[in-house]
Design a protein around this ligand. Structure first.
Ligand code: PLP
Length: 443
């Protein structure tokens, strides 16, 4: 067997070699252009090759690229922490830097645990999460993740955490209205806390709008407030994993703002430095952080925490987010793109649902829209449609999962700098790709 590369990722899937990127487009080394309809993995929020960000990073590189946090404070990290605190909902103002989403999640859970110890709640260690969900690839984050193919092989190596069903209300065949459904799913948290023993439960972690795990799943409004109430009732910390939803993606800086909810701890990454540098952050309430620091310190940290180059990139990204008013654009363009995707339902009976907020949008394919029965797995639609779009120069993101049952969903999440003609370009290429898939599969 010949070995073509020393590098490996998850599979043998080989894609063209990336040459360059600008705005919402990427080019491979053959010169073919791709519209980045998924911002990579919902990362490139401000678009590619932003000259101001590049300039800020170059400037920082000329000064210093690394200074260890135990030896020096650094101005980019201080500045980014200040900016982040200003952009976050009131009360969430203490910032801890990491290098990615999994690290942000791990940090959140460890901070929660240490806080509980300072409060004399040593017995609290269980972190309830949802099924399906995705919280990252490190073992602690895998323990929280609700997606069997990624978790079960590692089960003997970790302590799996309790799960409650994610509010997949669009699949429910009951007669409840939206508000009642939201409450029904929220009560599942209360039931689980009681079943586990409230004195053992430390925190509840959720993606406020589902990412890859559920395909831009938004719960009914009633869900969010009730979850907060239940956590408060039992003294349980509420952690929002905003790794994908944060940094403006959903039309607010963080998605919790849509419901006026203040979680206790928030995990950020992806759009936070928008791909210009590996960077993430945990943002927490002051009383939590102070209790832990006063009790002797946070027993946690990574070598690259607060890296000056990464933080200079993050600062420049957030500055561009504000200068270009991209959060407003995400909300406005998101409305248009969502309505375009919804219009596709008239043309394709096999599109069962369109959902999401801002520019975190998804559509799901089904055999029957009434019953929401998925397409047969053998059709491999989630791969095929991505490939058909890719051939036509459009990148979208897909998964075949929705809890215990199968389902093909596709995330359409372009950079927040997108404009109306570029949305039309996405729609036109999607139509060509869907036509072609429907013809191939006799849909
Ligand atoms: N949490 C959520 C909601 C995510 O979507 C992801 C990545 O997709 C992660 C955590 C993990 O982030 P990373 O891959 O940067 O470690």
């Amino acid at each position: 067997m010949t070995r073509s590369s020393n590098l490996f990722y998850q599979s043998r899937l080989a894609r063209p070699m990336l040459d360059r990127a600008e705005g919402i487009y990427l080019w491979d080394t053959s010169g073919k252009r791709y519209l980045d309809g998924s911002s990579g993995a919902m990362v490139s929020n401000i678009g590619h090759s932003n000259p101001r960000v590049i300039e800020a990073m170059k400037k920082q590189l000329d000064k210093s690229s690394f200074g260890y946090r135990l030896h020096f404070q650094n101005e980019p990290a201080e500045k980014l922490a200040r900016m982040t605190a200003e952009l976050m909902p009131e009360g969430l103002d203490r910032v801890f830097f990491v290098s990615g989403g999994s690290e942000a999640v791990e940090s959140s859970v460890k901070l929660a645990r240490q806080y509980a110890i300072t409060q004399g709640n040593d017995k609290r260690w269980k972190v309830i999460s949802r099924f399906p969900s995705y919280h990252g690839g490190t073992l602690g984050a895998v323990a929280l993740t609700g997606y069997d193919p990624l978790t079960k092989p590692f089960a003997p190596m970790m302590r799996e955490m309790p799960k409650i069903p994610a509010p997949l209300c669009y699949l429910d065949q009951d007669n409840l209205d939206d508000e009642a459904r939201g409450l029904k799913y929220a009560e599942m948290l209360r039931d689980e806390i009681i079943a586990q023993g409230p004195e053992t439960v430390l925190a509840f972690i959720m993606e406020p709008i589902g990412g890859a795990s559920t395909g831009a799943l938004v719960a009914p409004d009633s869900y969010y407030g009730r979850i907060r109430e239940i956590c408060d009732e039992f003294g349980i910390l509420l952690i929002y994993d905003e790794v994908m939803t944060g940094a403006g993606r959903t039309g607010k800086f963080v998605a919790s703002e849509h419901w006026g909810i203040t979680p206790d701890i928030v995990a950020l990454s992806k759009g936070f430095a928008a791909g210009y540098s590996p960077l993430g952050a945990m943002v927490a309430k002051s009383d939590i952080v102070d209790a832990v620091l006063d009790a002797g310190g946070f027993l946690h940290g990574f070598t690259y925490a607060g890296n000056p180059l990464a933080c200079a990139a993050g600062t420049a990204v957030l500055t561009e987010l504000q200068r270009l008013d991209l959060i407003t654009n995400a909300a406005a363009m998101g409305e248009i793109l969502k309505s375009e995707l919804t219009t596709l339902m008239d043309r394709y009976p096999f599109i069962g649902d369109v959902r999401g907020k801002g520019l975190l949008l998804a559509f799901e394919l089904v055999s029957d829209r009434e019953t929401m029965v998925p397409l047969p797995k053998g059709l491999n639609a989630y791969n095929r449609l991505v490939d058909l779009a890719y051939e036509r120069g459009l990148i979208i993101y897909s998964r075949r999962t929705r809890g215990g049952i199968e389902g093909d969903h596709f995330l359409v999440c372009p950079p927040l700098i997108i404009n109306r003609p570029q949305i039309d370009e996405i729609t036109a290429t999607l139509i060509e790709s869907l036509d072609s898939m429907a013809a191939e599969m006799n849909l």
